[in-house]
Design a binder for this molecule. Structure first.
Ligand code: 4AD
Ligand code: MG
Length: 477
């Protein structure tokens, strides 16, 4: 029986078998208490062992980290903290964990230490909670779109194109790097490569999702994406998961409405289905906050923060308005920003995004209509010819959580944009064809799944909300 089920059961007297990993063992004269966890819940079940019934040899091997199968009887717990516990009749140690060597002894470990023990960190309360919340969010995303009649599309992971045009791609090749085939002019002959051309890991499934949307109406992809940007921050991964809905007949306003509805749905889902884990994460965070200076502390605890986002409509402003606010802001005038805001046209940095959200509006903000120079080629050009119909959703502590836009559906304008931005037209002939045959206004966005996880769990570093993070100089496990 799963511990989660045992803990809500009142079938006192029933026999059960539980299997899991020992968190702690306390021994007194004639009894031992084992706290057992099996991953099904943040809570442990208490197993009471009468030392007259179980051999000394066995109980000696029941140490933190060991795996056990325990047969026993559910009884009403006389102790506080739980209403049911298990009286052990038989204990089988499935796998010992040498106390001299097992790294996760029951004491506080730093997140940095646990990153080096990513193969074992699932066994901590924190990573158990994060793993369950992560699962719930994946499930909720599919639920959300399924309920709305969207189709899930698997877009390719190996591609020949650069969807974002940013050139931050990982090469995929089977060529012998020590002995590359060359053409007469000395350049590498990719015709001899596996696919007969240059290929890479995808940075986004959007372009292929657009193809599907232009027949199926409303679709979404949810897959791994890869970026070889060398940004070693607490918000960037080289391999992350992205949710990308793409909708025919949507304009940018419909796009923003969907983004806001989706984020609120996911947060509400977490509050409803993961409250035990969120309460644990909130307490953990509050402990951490105590070590910070007053002015660096988060203004709200986790659950309060999540509810706050649910209760408030996201502020919607244009890039031009955002720049005006930033230029006139105190930190800008006092030269507190690392990147000063001095003119229209600059790319907003995370510090600027967070100022707008955390200080100025004090709620999530959607910024629209960015200068076309700082956005991707596929975004629809506005009538002013200077800005594009982009929309970025900015969240407290995170900055950009969603990036999206209405797409350029006009063939001529799109082709011109591709030329302007040096996007190879030849490689994207299929993308261009959708604008030749039955093109329609359409829009979509990308939600960074780990950024969502950061927000929902309140964790501070993106390396801690994905089981096995990939970052520059790090691909262990
Ligand atoms: O803004 P981005 O680059 O947009 C796209 O890729 C579009 N094709 C999406 C679309 O319109 N279908 O990325 C979208 C989101 C960002 O807002 C951010 O949340 C996340 O993906 N993201 C990252 N998350 C973790 N690590 C990285 N290196 C990320 N880069 C982007
Ligand atoms: Mg973006």
């Amino acid at each position: 029986m799963k511990i989660k089920e045992i803990l809500i059961s009142e079938n006192y007297g029933d026999s059960v078998v539980v299997k899991g990993w020992v968190r702690t063992k306390r021994t007194s004269k004639n009894v031992a208490f084992i706290a057992l966890n099996d991953g099904s819940t943040i809570h442990n079940v208490q197993v009471v062992v009468d030392l007259n019934d179980i051999s000394e040899e066995t109980i000696q091997d029941v140490t933190t980290g060991a795996s056990v199968a325990i047969e026993g009887v559910m009884i009403e717990s006389p102790g506080s903290g739980q209403h049911v516990e298990i009286n052990a009749r038989k204990i089988e140690v499935l796998g010992k964990a040498d106390p001299e060597k097992y790294p996760l002894q029951p004491k506080k470990h730093s997140l940095e230490f646990l990153r080096e023990k990513a193969h074992l960190r699932f066994r901590t309360n924190t990573f158990g909670a994060i793993t369950r919340v992560r699962h719930a969010m994946i499930f909720a995303i599919h639920q959300f779109f399924n309920d709305k009649g969207f189709y899930n599309i698997h877009t390719p992971i190996i591609t020949g194109s650069d969807a974002e045009g940013a050139g931050e791609m990982f090469r995929v090749t089977t060529l012998d790097l020590d002995n590359l085939p060359r053409k007469e002019d000395g350049t590498i002959n990719y015709e001899e490569d596996f696919f007969g051309k240059e290929t890479n890991l995808t940075v986004s499934g959007q372009l292929e999702a657009e193809l599907a949307a232009l027949a199926m109406g409303e679709v979404y992809t949810f897959g791994p994406t890869f970026r070889a940007e060398n940004s070693n921050t607490s918000r960037h991964l080289a391999e992350f998961w992205m949710i990308e809905p793409e909708m025919a007949f949507y304009d940018i306003h419909d796009d923003m409405d969907l983004a806001e509805e989706m984020l609120k749905y996911l947060i509400r889902y977490a509050l409803k289905h993961c409250l035990d884990d969120l309460n644990f994460l909130s307490k953990r965070l509050q402990e951490e906050e105590k070590n910070k200076k007053q002015e660096d502390r988060a203004p709200m605890e986790l659950i309060e923060k999540l509810n706050f986002v649910l209760e408030n409509k996201f502020e919607r402003i244009t890039y031009t308005q955002a720049i005006e606010i930033l230029m006139n802001s105190k930190p800008n005038k006092k030269k507190k920003f690392q990147f000063p805001v001095d003119k229209w046209g600059i790319d907003m940095q995370s510090e600027h995004e967070r100022y707008l959200v955390e200080k100025h509006f004090q709620k999530p903000v959607i910024v629209t209509d960015y200068p076309k120079e700082i956005k991707a080629f596929y975004m629809k050009v506005n009538e002013d010819g200077k800005t594009v119909r982009a929309m970025d959703v900015l969240f407290p502590q995170i900055g950009e959580i969603i990036g999206g836009s209405q797409r350029e559906e006009k063939y001529d304008v799109l082709l011109k944009r591709m030329h302007e931005m040096s996007v190879p037209e030849k490689e994207l002939w299929w993308y261009l064809e959708t604008r030749k045959f039955g093109t329609v206004p359409h829009a979509g966005f990308g939600l960074g799944f780990e950024r969502l996880m950061l927000f929902v769990t309140g964790m501070g570093n993106i390396r801690d909300v994905i089981p096995f993070p990939r970052t520059p100089q790090n691909a262990e496990f």
